[in-house]
Ligand binder design. Structure first.
Ligand SMILES: Nc1nc2c(ncn2[C@@H]2O[C@H](COP(=O)(O)OP(=O)(O)O)[C@@H](O)[C@H]2O)c(=O)[nH]1
Ligand SMILES: [Mg+2]
Length: 339
């Protein structure tokens, strides 16, 4: 049997299981949602089918990205924001992403504790994602989990990520609004610029306002925001002080989030924005499936292995061999027949 046939058969066997999970998820069953999230996290073979099926049910929820250095108080703040959303009867999803950890262990355990009081709330669903199992595609997995949450019927999804200037997870591409949480210890504004936070922040928070240097940090950020304001956008990035652990300044943050959301609704064409998102999703899905296909070939295809052997040779030129690979019609067929 051909590899592709085997894969199709395996998918068929799994299909009933996934489609019943999907039905249960769409009727609001959290356990079914949890299982589907795990499938997405593990990049299970049925995921493309699954995502295709739920896609028409997405595009309704508001997504909020919360990023900043470790220990800035992101989870503490998220906990307080969940409370605000719940007070308005919104169904809330939280995705806690830790790109630095292969396991969704340490940091996320802290997150869980910080958000503990919401764990038993029917209207809150908290899930953590580490790099383990995601095939390196943490950004893909996060986007897909967000779409699952969206299809489930969440009104708002908060994505907490550790932002240390890494580009692995481009939260801006995923979230409607991006909140950057800094602390007085985060250093000067030059560092903030270097980390690229200026470009991604829709709202800046200086948390731990009880600490020395908070006002200075905030005014530095304000100056930077003004300088950066080149009129390209009508949105003026607010800089707010907070003490998340004391629930201080959180109402103002919540208000600005709503302002930004309204701003998006009135100032940007929804159609245009969505088109851009779909274009990016298409490129991402295409790239991901192509890479996966090549990985399968590398593992299972005898003839592909001759390429690998060749490239391992002392004087091999990987560029020349890549060119030869692309000119090899058999592989073109193998890749495109079964993607
Ligand atoms: N002093 C002070 N500590 C805070 C404040 N907000 C949060 N914390 C504490 O900072 C620590 C790290 O918070 P956490 O929310 O886990 O940070 P995260 O890593 O950004 O998610 C915890 O011990 C919080 O209680 C604040 O405004 N002031
Ligand atoms: Mg945290």
């Amino acid at each position: 049997m051909q590899d592709a046939d085997k894969e199709a058969l395996a998918n068929q066997r799994k299909e009933p299981e996934y489609s019943s999970l999907l039905k249960r998820m769409l009727t609001g069953e959290k356990l079914a949602l949890a299982k589907l999230v795990t499938a997405v996290e593990n990049d299970a073979p049925s995921v493309p089918e699954l995502m295709e099926a739920i896609y028409p049910k997405t595009g309704r929820c508001y997504s909020l990205g919360v990023t900043g250095p470790p220990g800035a108080g992101k989870s503490t703040l998220v906990d307080k924001l969940i409370a605000r959303l719940r007070a308005q009867d919104k169904i809330v999803g939280v995705i806690a992403v830790d790109p630095s950890s292969p396991f969704s262990g340490g940091a996320v355990l802290g997150d869980r504790i910080r958000m503990q009081r919401h764990a038993l709330d029917e209207g809150v669903f908290i899930r953590s994602l580490g790099t383990r199992g995601t095939g390196g595609g943490l950004s893909r997995a996060t986007g897909e989990v967000l779409r699952l949450f969206d299809a489930f019927g969440m009104d708002a999804v908060i994505i907490e990520t550790v932002g240390v200037g890494q580009t692995e997870l481009d939260i801006v591409d995923i979230a409607d609004t991006t909140l950057v949480v800094l602390v007085p210890e985060s250093g000067d504004t030059v560092q903030t610029m270097k980390a690229g936070l200026m470009e991604i922040a829709d709202v800046f928070i200086v948390n731990k306002a009880d600490r020395e240097g908070a006002d200075k940090m905030a005014s530095g950020l304000k100056g930077m925001v003004e300088l950066n304001d080149c009129g390209a956008s009508d949105w003026k990035v607010p800089v707010l002080l907070s003490q998340a652990n004391q629930d201080q300044g959180v109402d103002e943050i919540y208000e600005e989030l709503n302002n930004h959301r309204d701003h998006l609704a009135t100032h940007t064409s929804k159609g245009e924005r969505r088109a851009k998102i779909r274009r990016r999703q298409f490129m991402e899905i295409l790239g991901h499936r192509f890479v996966k296909k090549v990985e399968v070939l590398a593992r299972e295809d005898e003839r592909f292995r001759t390429y690998l052997k060749e490239v391992e040779q002392e004087d091999a030129n990987p560029y020349r061999i890549t060119k030869a690979f692309f000119q090899d019609e058999e592989f073109a067929r193998k890749i495109f027949d079964s993607v």
